[in-house]
Design a protein around this ligand. Structure first.
Ligand code: RB5
Length: 145
């Protein structure tokens, strides 16, 4: 499985921790690091584009974006048609954003979440299937907005 990942400076530390975790402990999941590459301050609207492009071009299974809270980078990613970026903040949400929203980007807060929590949310998301049916109809409506 390939996951495209990017963060601003507020999410840089958590991104690096996830990169190390999957490199060392779970070789089945490959993270592609699309920036930012240091703790130097940068603007979250600027860092979403490479992940959005990979998701929309189906070059990865899904994307991960991280800023300080997860809020700014969610807003930025959801400006792009076809993107369903979900800020996941507990285990129930990790499940339902796949079942109902078929999220194609998971968003986390680098200043509000731990590595262990985020790894668990990714595991739950990966173990869950999209339910389709009425949820497909709702997603199609999103793309018409
Ligand atoms: C950066 O300081 C911070 O504002 C950003 O990472 C994010 O939390 C915005 O929503």
């Amino acid at each position: 499985m390939k996951i495209a990942i990017a963060a601003d400076h507020g999410g840089y530390g958590l991104k690096q921790a996830l990169m190390a975790y999957y490199h060392n402990k779970n070789q089945d999941i490959k993270l592609e690091d699309l920036g930012t590459y240091s703790e130097e301050s940068c603007d979250y609207p600027d860092v979403v584009k490479p992940v959005v492009a990979e998701v929309l071009n189906k070059q990865c299974d899904f994307g991960i974006l991280i800023c300080g809270t997860g809020v700014g980078i969610s807003i930025a990613a959801n400006r792009y048609k076809g993107i369903r970026a979900a800020l996941v903040y507990n285990e129930f949400v990790a499940q339902v954003v796949k079942e109902h929203n078929n999220a194609n980007i998971l968003v986390f807060g680098g200043r509000t979440m731990t590595l262990e929590e985020v790894v668990r949310y990714i595991e739950i998301f990966n173990a869950t299937s999209f339910e389709g049916g009425r949820h497909n109809r709702r997603i199609e409506k999103l793309d018409k907005i």
